[in-house]
Design a protein around this ligand. Structure first.
Ligand SMILES: Cc1cc2nc3c(=O)[nH]c(=O)nc-3n(C[C@H](O)[C@H](O)[C@H](O)COP(=O)(O)OP(=O)(O)OC[C@H]3O[C@@H](n4cnc5c(N)ncnc54)[C@H](O)[C@@H]3O)c2cc1C
Ligand code: SF4
Length: 347
């Protein structure tokens, strides 16, 4: 199999990037599919913050798919619905993990040619929905309020490189509370809460089942140092001719540079994660203890950490204001120089 073409990509619209996990390539491609009357399938959170695959025919529905949900997505009737759409002649974009894409192809058992476009996300493994459910219950208990919003990776307040989850709660008196935490991120990062099949994942190589593979561009500082701004860069692998055609059709709305795959060889492209030390112990503790115990032992939870994250969010906001002010100052200086230059010439 040939090596895919590789790009580092940033959507030109900063709001799109801020709503996406990486550089927003998913929005660019799905916008095109929707414009052409197609249907988009991807992972969204429902009202109880359970991750499942949904079907979208509008941008509003599709927007719910943006952002990574670090939990296994329930496919429900997705495969059957996709077959129905394809049989009715609709153009379909499916986005999900590589095993979900492979599962879809095997379910369909037939080549639908250009009618079906599959985009797989790079994934080191998906956490168990049961752990996510108990984590949310625990957060509601300690905050004494119902959870009304979840961001798995809060890029706006902490930047792309940081991994902080932000939860919003509605109190009974009508006020809201925002909580920044790294407990779930620490559980995910310890690799102990991933599904068992992920430690034997057969898709941990450069070639993937999707037409296009997308991921976080870890290694961007080495591959294209000036391209990184800590707001998210997508790694895009063009695996098929169809993916090349779609990329060409959307590239006007993107900033992109061609790269070498060698500069982004994260573990996900090489081998599955090893069965982590202490995984069995975690699951024994999960069955026998309350979440307080798990959060402290495995999630490194303590109240000092929560206060530290609040301070960090404020610092990041101030830093962003400072960066913006510097940019405006530079812009004004250049603009001012141009005016002076023009005036001098007129003289
Ligand atoms: C569980 C998980 C593990 C990940 N591990 C890695 C990794 O090891 N290396 C890496 O580079 N990137 C990893 N990612 C990030 C992933 O590659 C980015 O979400 C992807 O590149 C999307 O970037 P974007 O900015 O274009 O899209 P966004 O606009 O953020 O789009 C999100 C896309 O991801 C899909 N998606 C979100 N959550 C799930 C889910 N739970 N199951 C299936 N599909 C989902 C949506 O359907 C949509 O297509 C992981 C993401 C998840 C959900
Ligand atoms: S690591 Fe492999 S098996 Fe696990 S969800 Fe990702 S693609 Fe599927």
């Amino acid at each position: 199999m040939e090596k895919p073409l590789v790009y580092a990509v940033k959507h030109k619209d900063i709001d799109v990037r801020m709503a996406s996990r990486s550089g927003g390539i998913f929005t660019a491609i799905s916008d095109l599919v929707l414009r052409e009357g197609g249907v988009v399938y991807g992972c969204a959170l429902d009202q109880k913050f359970k991750a499942s695959h949904i079907r979208a025919e509008t941008k509003e529905e599709r927007d719910r798919m943006r952002g990574s949900k670090y939990v296994q997505s329930d496919m429900a009737d997705t495969l059957k619905n996709i077959r129905k759409d394809l049989e009715e002649g609709r153009y379909v974009l499916f986005s999900g993990t590589s095993c979900q894409v492979a599962g879809l192809y095997s379910f369909l058992g037939k080549d639908y040619g250009k009618q079906l476009f599959c985009m797989d996300i790079l994934c080191q493994g998906v956490p168990s929905p049961l752990v996510w459910e108990r984590y949310l219950q625990w957060q509601e208990e300690i905050n004494g309020a119902k959870c009304t919003g979840v961001i798995f990776r809060n890029k706006r307040d902490f930047g792309w490189e940081a991994s902080v989850e932000t939860l919003t709660f509605n109190r009974e008196d009508g006020t809201t509370k925002t909580v920044h935490s790294q407990v779930f991120r620490n559980l995910f990062g310890s690799h102990r809460i991933l599904r068992e099949s992920c430690y034997q994942c057969p898709y941990k190589e450069i070639n993937h089942p999707g037409d296009m593979t997308i991921g976080d561009f870890w290694g961007i500082k080495r591959a294209a140092p000036k391209f990184d701004d800590n707001c998210g860069v997508s790694l895009v692998l063009i695996n098929t001719g169809r993916a090349g055609e779609l990329f060409d059709a959307v590239k006007e709305g993107l900033d992109y540079v061609s790269c070498r795959i060698e500069d982004s060889m994260q573990t996900t492209l090489k081998r599955p994660l090893a069965w982590p030390e202490g995984r069995d112990e975690f699951w024994r503790d999960f069955r026998e203890n309350d979440f307080d115990y798990l959060a402290e032992k495995y999630g490194h939870y303590n109240t000092d950490n929560a206060a530290k994250l609040d301070r960090l969010a404020k610092k990041y906001k101030n830093r962003n204001k400072w960066v913006l002010a510097k940019k405006m100052y530079r812009c004004l200086r250049q603009y001012g120089k141009r005016i002076i230059h023009r005036e001098t010439r007129q003289e």
